[in-house]
Ligand binder design. Sequence first.
Ligand SMILES: [Zn+2]
Ligand SMILES: [Zn+2]
Length: 337
Amino acid sequence: MKAAQITKPGGDFELVEREIPEPPPGWVRVKVEACGVCHSDSVVKEGLFPGIQYPRVPGHEVIGVVDKVGSGVAQWKVGQRVGIGWHGGNCGYCDNCRRGNFFACQVNLLTTGISFDGGYAEYMVAPAIALARVPEDLSPVPIAPLMCAGVTTFNALRNSGARAGDLVAVLGIGGLGHLGAQFAAKMGFKTVAIARGKDKEALARKLGAVDYIDSQQQNPAEELTKLGGAQVVIATVTNADAMTAVLGGLAPNGVLMVIGAPTSPLSVDPISLLLAQRSVKGWYSGTSIDSQDTLKFSARTGVESMNEVFPFERVAEAYDRMMSGKARFRVVLKMSE
Ligand SMILES: [Zn+2]
Ligand SMILES: [Zn+2]
């Protein structure tokens, strides 16, 4: 099979021929149809996590078909269409797992495309627990980003505490935010988009936002306050100052849900937190059942990722395009038939 691997931190993508992997007991082999290119793939490319074993094949926004099932796997059959996202598995028996906090597994937290080879390849193997069922009528390329960008925004929103009709603001209309705006609107929130400049307004409204705040021309906290205050702001941007700028626009008990990953610290005024009982909270992506829920919800409500599609062989170009920040809005690799 063909695979795109990174052999050392900072190395380039290498297209190589490899043996098609055999699924160990409890694992499943998937023939990859499409794989999204996510900013977190830079973790492998640049060696940003300790302990990554190279060569490594990145890719954690995978849609494909079950091709072979390892021994002891009861729930999957050859021919089923499945998705594999960021959460690649957990031990199931540590204290955190037994409390249901699978993302905080202390023993064997697996991340697809980081702990084991991911979807930048014609085939991959994954633990059976990492697989999400894909509704049959969805085609692979448009839904691949739902396995990371999609489940992250969907899951953050549905666990944010906002109730139907509440004002929910989506900060940033990019790869994450263009999905966040759709999910928020379809979930029944009064959805407000916040982005820099006027050029994203028309699109944000098309995605379901009823109001638009241009953070270059307007003060987002003041504008949100005029609208009654946001119960939740989903922060998808990678700029910590842009997050700080919306805090004052949270309603009493409002929550800033952080899912974008700035590399600089986030500054928060404690007085503004305590006087209005506001909070700042991070949200992990989700497990395979969260991804499955995301896919089902998207199929029913028509939420779609807007993608730039590249043939698999142009993986290096696709990665550079994603890293440039100019893609509208996600980048997806399509495997040849
Ligand atoms: Zn991702
Ligand atoms: Zn565990």
